[in-house]
Design a protein around this ligand. Structure first.
Ligand SMILES: Nc1ncnc2c1ncn2[C@@H]1O[C@H](COP(=O)(O)OP(=O)(O)OP(=O)(O)O)[C@@H](O)[C@H]1O
Ligand SMILES: [Mg+2]
Length: 300
């Protein structure tokens, strides 16, 4: 796995689970914190007392079966959904204490690439990317054009500003959706299924781009994905959500060696909902399991 020179805790040394509060005098690098988040839709409890911290300039992959609350988790981080219980902190500030107006600068620092990409079909690539700048900034036309060029170059799509979304391949559309989130120069990027529907080569291009954002711009990436190859490629850390709870939190290798049958079923593509009913609701931390219980697994 690739490392970043800016990281404070290499994956091998970083404590698992919720990170400890920083020592006095130490900078708190937990840029996003979810503390005891619960979210219910009708009778369905989607998130059940979920606590997760995301360290600055790291890439965390969030995995779990369809409907387990991955997109819901991302929406809490940008304040699009409000928790029934618990608190989301951005850079130490509780989002619930912020008015819509105070939330605006936070949203500018957190770029969200939606699950479906969602470009405006009638706008050119240039105008799609410039859209957040027009909405949220008072930059001059010249500065806007410069930012759009910069974002296009970052996603390796320089020179395609005049095209319409219909003229782009699926992978190119994903890149433009990423450029549109990048144009505000965010500190945090949330990716919801960035490689879904792409062939392996184009998927790997997106994976490289995610790593590049971390490496070159110290972006904190939170990547929701079903794509096991992508997860393994980009993750410093993998979080698995199951049954509304954090079922595992650690490096890819730790996840792959987990003895939790639900995790093994997920990684081998045989997850069944019944697994939730058969397993205790405790958070399972692969790192703390005795070595003798671990069994090797084939990598996806
Ligand atoms: N606004 C909403 N109103 C009602 N139910 C919702 C709403 N948003 C999400 N849900 C429900 O919450 C659950 C989790 O949804 P979520 O979109 O987070 O799933 P997911 O883990 O992202 O799944 P997928 O991998 O299929 O994208 C689902 O059962 C979904 O139907
Ligand atoms: Mg989703």
């Amino acid at each position: 796995m690739e490392g970043s020179p800016t990281l404070k805790f290499p994956a091998s040394e970083r404590p698992l689970g919720v990170l400890p509060a920083p020592a006095p005098g130490e900078v708190d690098r937990r840029i996003v914190r979810l503390e005891g988040i619960s979210k219910r839709f009708g009778s369905q409890l989607v998130l059940d007392d979920v606590s997760l911290d995301f360290e600055e300039a790291r890439t965390t992959v969030v995995m779990g079966p369809s409907g387990c609350g991955k997109s819901v988790t991302l929406k809490h981080i940008v304040g699009l959904l409000k928790p029934d219980a618990g608190e989301v902190f951005y850079d130490g500030r509780p989002l619930s204490a912020l008015s819509e107006r105070e939330l605006a600068p936070v949203r500018l620092q957190v770029g969200l690439v939606f699950q479906m990409g969602a470009l405006f079909d009638s706008l050119s690539v240039q105008d799609n990317i410039a859209f957040p700048l027009e909405e949220h900034t008072r930059l001059s036309r010249k500065e806007r054009d410069h930012r759009v060029e910069e974002a296009l170059a970052t996603v390796d799509m320089a020179g395609s500003g005049h095209k319409l979304p219909a003229q782009l391949s699926g992978g190119q559309k994903k890149r433009i959706a990423i450029a549109r989130a990048l144009v505000l120069r965010p500190r945090v990027m949330l990716f919801d299924e960035p490689t879904t529907g792409l062939d392996p080569i184009r998927s790997d291009g997106i994976n490289s781009l995610i790593r590049k954002l971390q490496r070159e711009f110290s972006v904190t990436n939170i990547v929701v994905t079903h794509d096991l190859v992508s997860a393994q490629r980009v993750a410093d850390r993998v979080v698995m959500l199951l049954g509304g709870k954090v079922a595992a939190d650690g490096s890819w290798d730790q996840l792959a060696h987990s003895t939790d049958v639900r995790i093994q079923h997920f990684l081998t593509g045989t997850y069944e909902r019944i697994d939730d009913e058969n397993m205790p609701e405790t958070t399972i931390n692969p790192a703390t399991e005795p070595k003798s219980k671990r069994r090797p697994t084939s990598q996806p």
